[in-house]
Design a protein around this ligand. Structure first.
Ligand SMILES: Cc1ncc(COP(=O)(O)O)c(C=O)c1O
Length: 410
């Protein structure tokens, strides 16, 4: 096939045109390398909620694991990618979160993808033992409209396996109940973030649990932004709601936020964990978590076990950041954990605000469509347990400059 007739040049021209459209709409993105050490701007953008990412105890644990095992895990978990560190991390995650079992993934994204897809596939395609004999079939997934992209992608893949997906309005347990009650499918999953990643608000966890249990559904909760920050000793929103030990509750975690490392996990009953090991494609066909990351996560969990006040400090600092922003007249959300959203409206306003903050020595998150709905572009400020008065004063000054110079359209 000649290049003239293959459509290749036209395809690249189409991509260039799409990039130009994004640039014109203020939706281009750039990768900015982060400097090593602590000399950069004040960090209100990362997800290092407990300030553990730069903790020397994590670095030493990772370095020691790299010396013992090498920098990578050498294979998929089922072949050579499981080490003693993975086994210990799974036992410690289960023990810390109060779950029967845990399974570690190379990212939280893949943990979410695997759990939604594998459960939907096995429950929905007649492979679950006794399903035909009991008369029903099929699986419904009820997913909150503001869920993280990894849960959404899990739902999309599940659809390809025959599941039906209903997206319910954000934080609306009555809508979830209706969807469950009128379903023809035998099985159902209710899927929700616990703390939402951009707005930082808390899902109605107890109500979701109540309606899921009343209608025979499993509840899948993504604790990415709650773990380490919310609940007793940072054990997450399900623990705070008293439902962590229910075998019908499945939780997913990332090791990359509060734990300052990298990787993800699913915690839940043995039936779910063995399903993921035997049939979770995002588990089976992926190289196992790097041993240094597993070791760093273990070190972070040890710190969290002995220092539960870290969680409280992260929450207190989030509340103070929100108060600074509302005091300056911004529309902010009540932070459930460490995420504070400052709504600005148009994408261009958010970009301008982000640039002003950077010029003032403060690094903030800038969220634009498609990460948020059109007209709801925002800054996302994240608190850390180790923010100082000086950091908060710089944040105040930066937000003041945003208020003085940016036309807010929200
Ligand atoms: C709510 C939520 N779930 C899952 C993930 C994915 O976790 P990971 O970064 O470990 O892939 C993220 C963010 O990264 C998140 O914000």
């Amino acid at each position: 096939v000649s290049t003239e007739t293959s459509g290749g040049p036209e395809a690249l021209a189409a991509l260039r045109a799409a990039a130009a459209d994004r640039a014109a709409a203020g939706l281009s993105r750039t990768l900015v390398p982060r400097a090593a050490g602590h000399d950069g701007p004040v960090d209100l953008a990362s997800n290092d909620y407990l300030g553990l990412a730069a903790d020397p105890r994590l670095a030493e644990a990772a370095a020691s694991a790299a010396r013992d095992w090498g920098p990578g895990s050498t294979g998929s978990r089922l072949v050579t990618g499981t080490t003693e560190l993975h086994r210990r991390l799974e036992a410690e995650l289960a023990s810390f979160t109060g779950a029967p079992q845990a399974l570690v993934f190379s990212s939280g994204y893949l943990a979410n993808l695997a759990v939604v897809t594998a459960l939907a596939q096995l429950l929905g395609q007649g492979q679950a033992h006794g399903q035909r004999a009991q008369g029903g079939h099929g699986v419904l997934i009820v997913s909150d409209a503001a869920n993280h992209a990894s849960l959404i992608d899990g739902c999309r893949l599940a659809r390809a396996h025959g599941a039906r997906v209903e997206v319910t309005p954000h934080a609306d347990p009555a809508a979830v109940e209706q969807a469950l009650a009128r379903r023809p499918e035998r099985y159902a999953l209710v899927v929700s973030d616990t703390v939402f990643s951009v707005a930082g608000d808390l899902a109605p966890v107890r109500d979701l649990h109540r309606v899921a249990r009343a209608h025979g559904a499993l509840l899948v909760l993504d604790e990415a932004h709650a773990f380490g920050v919310l609940g007793p000793g940072g054990r997450g929103a399900a623990a705070a709601a008293g439902i962590a030990a229910d075998p019908h509750v499945i939780r997913t975690f990332t090791l990359s936020k509060s734990l300052g490392s990298q990787g993800g996990a699913v915690a839940g009953p043995a039936e779910v964990i063995s399903t993921l090991i035997d049939a979770g494609r995002a588990f089976i066909f992926d190289t196992g978590l790097a041993p240094p990351s597993a070791a760093a996560a273990l070190a972070a969990l040890a710190i969290l076990r002995t220092g539960p006040e870290l969680s409280q400090r992260a929450r207190d600092n989030a509340r103070r950041l929100a108060e600074l922003a509302t005091g300056l007249g911004f529309e902010t959300s009540e932070p459930a954990a460490a995420v504070v959203r400052v709504v600005l409206g148009e994408a261009a306003a958010a970009v301008q605000a982000r640039d002003i903050c950077v010029a003032q020595g403060v690094h903030v998150g800038c969220f634009r469509p498609p990460s948020v709905p059109a007209g709801q572009a925002c800054l996302r400020l994240t608190a850390r347990a180790n923010l100082s008065e000086f950091h908060l004063a710089l944040a105040f000054r930066a937000l003041g400059a945003v208020r003085d110079h940016v036309r807010i359209t929200a």
